[in-house]
Ligand binder design. Structure first.
Ligand code: AMP
Length: 300
């Protein structure tokens, strides 16, 4: 089954202890789509300017990503993000955000997108995430990401969205900020009270933890000896997660657990190089080998 994603498509400039690169293909919807399309067809809703290289659009198309919903605005510039990671690279320091085309983005879904069964609302303004949901006809499973910026500045819009989604995918710091609770289990309970059926907490090198009324599940992070660029890890996690779920076509305890492992597999590859360099050439065998590794880490 297909997945619809709305989010950012960006040109990123990134600095880590492993190097500095300008104008890399990035954005939450991009990372998500490239990871998810390894498992299921993806329909993208986003906006870029006329400075966005045609080669990037061809690359997305080549990966089977439907770009009918990718608006190209004439005379406008693509969203740009400049970030830096230092030390253990735990958190990105945003040096510059140029909203450009995003300042006036108002998603209008192509008719062919509206009945998509799996929906991922990647990190953008929560009112825009709701605007996308308003145009969908009864999706089967909706997950959303968010960030500190929206929790701090658009809390009411975020709280309007939460009862409408099945799963909120956020990192530990964001879960604490949203709930006002320092303890993660308490934070998750508070967020579940706000409406989503499940909370998936991304915890960097500690892996990912699922809290829901149906129970608790945790996947460790893959023990990587070298992380070059953490950008997009969360979106690639979400891509593997939603991709696997849509491929199975059934939402149950066991398909969600498998999806959490495929999400962890894709995130582990994403951080091993800049932009999508490591993800691009991956073979299905490499993906499955790492999935089997996760199995061996967690069975006892
Ligand atoms: P992540 O590392 O998962 O947080 O995602 C990084 C991606 O998010 C980068 O490729 C950026 O282009 C994109 N990004 C950064 N800030 C924003 C923002 N305010 N809104 C939407 N996307 C953003």
């Amino acid at each position: 089954m297909s997945i619809l994603v709305v989010g950012s498509v960006a040109l990123d400039s990134i600095e880590t202890p492993f190097g500095k690169h300008d104008d890399l293909l990035g954005g939450s919807a991009t990372y998500f789509s490239i990871a998810a399309s390894r498992f299921s067809p993806v329909k993208m809703v986003a906006v870029v300017g006329d400075d966005f290289p045609e080669a990037h659009i061809d690359f997305l198309k080549g990966r089977g990503v439907d770009v009918e919903g990718l608006e190209v605005r004439e005379g406008k510039k693509t969203f740009r993000w400049r970030g830096r990671y230092v030390g253990d690279m735990g958190e990105a320091e945003t040096l510059e955000t140029q909203l450009n085309v995003f300042e006036e983005f108002s998603p209008d879904l192509p008719e062919s997108y509206r009945e998509t069964e799996f929906v991922f609302l990647a990190n953008i303004h929560p009112a825009l995430q709701s605007q996308v949901l308003d145009q969908m006809r009864g999706p089967r499973f909706v997950a959303a990401d968010s960030m500190n910026l929206w929790i701090d500045t658009e809390l009411d819009a975020l709280k309007d969205l939460l009862p409408r989604i099945d799963a909120l995918v956020i990192n530990g710091g964001e879960a604490r900020l949203l709930s006002g609770e320092g303890n993660l289990a308490r934070a998750a309970s508070r967020i579940l009270e706000m409406g989503p059926k499940a909370v998936i907490v991304k915890r960097d090198e500690h892996g990912v933890t699922l809290f829901s009324s149906g129970g608790y599940f945790a996947v460790p992070a893959y023990p990587l000896k070298e992380v070059k660029d953490p950008t997009g890890a969360g979106d690639c996690f979400a891509g593997g997660f939603m991709g696997s779920l849509a491929r199975e076509g059934v939402v149950s305890g066991s398909t969600i657990r498998r999806a959490l492992v495929f999400g962890s597999v894709m995130a582990s590859f994403a951080v091993e190089d800049f932009s999508l360099e490591k993800i691009k050439p991956l073979t299905p065998e490499e993906i499955y080998r790492r999935f089997e590794d996760f199995k061996s880490f967690t069975v006892f």
